[in-house]
Design a protein around this ligand. Structure first.
Ligand code: S3P
Length: 166
């Protein structure tokens, strides 16, 4: 692994990881896409069939398998919530970058897609509350936090590249 991106739903992990992959000439592994590939189901289908608990177990299994991956890993918004996942992320020995966005901006971004069983039902206050609950987990593994509200994906990627060069 070269780099791990964490952060709430809609914080830009997938987009930024793709850009970074191109710029740094690294492979990218998106944990949600890998879960879908291995389970032959979409994330909404997994939640509908196995519930959040079933999804979290799959997420853990795929994360564990992915720790040897040589490249950039984009996690899911809930990945750092499990203690065993958090330990895997912390001990990967690579920079862990937290992407953050305000509840208002997150809400705007989540409304543009309909593929997040936990995110699509939330209003701005619900997002604020869930972000608040998750913050301690994110903080425990992040080496750098970037607030993305007023940044383009290219600018975010530039900040990360600069950080890596330090
Ligand atoms: C989740 C975030 C999603 C996906 C699943 C659960 C969460 O990933 O793993 O829907 O609990 O925050 P993204 O952060 O890529 O949307």
């Amino acid at each position: 692994m070269k780099l791990i991106l964490i952060g709430f739903m809609g914080s830009g992990k997938t987009t930024v990881s793709q850009l970074l992959g191109q710029q740094l000439n690294e492979q990218v592994l998106d944990l949600d896409r890998e879960i879908e590939r291995q389970s032959h189901q979409t994330i909404p289908q997994i939640f509908a069939q196995s519930g959040e608990q079933g999804f979290r177990q799959l997420e853990h299994d795929v994360l564990k398998q992915s720790m040897d991956f040589e490249g950039i890993l984009a996690t899911g918004g809930g990945t750092p919530l499990r203690e065993d996942n958090l330990q895997l992320l912390r001990h990967a020995g690579v920079p862990v970058i937290l992407l953050a966005a305000s509840p208002e901006e997150t809400h705007r971004r989540l409304q543009q897609q309909n593929n997040r069983p936990l995110g699509n039902k939330l209003d701005v206050d619900g997002i604020r509350q869930l972000q608040h609950e998750r913050q301690p987990f994110y903080d425990r593994c992040a080496d750098l936090r970037i607030v993305t509200d007023h940044l383009t994906p290219t600018e975010i990627a530039q900040q990360i590249v600069k950080y890596l060069q330090k």
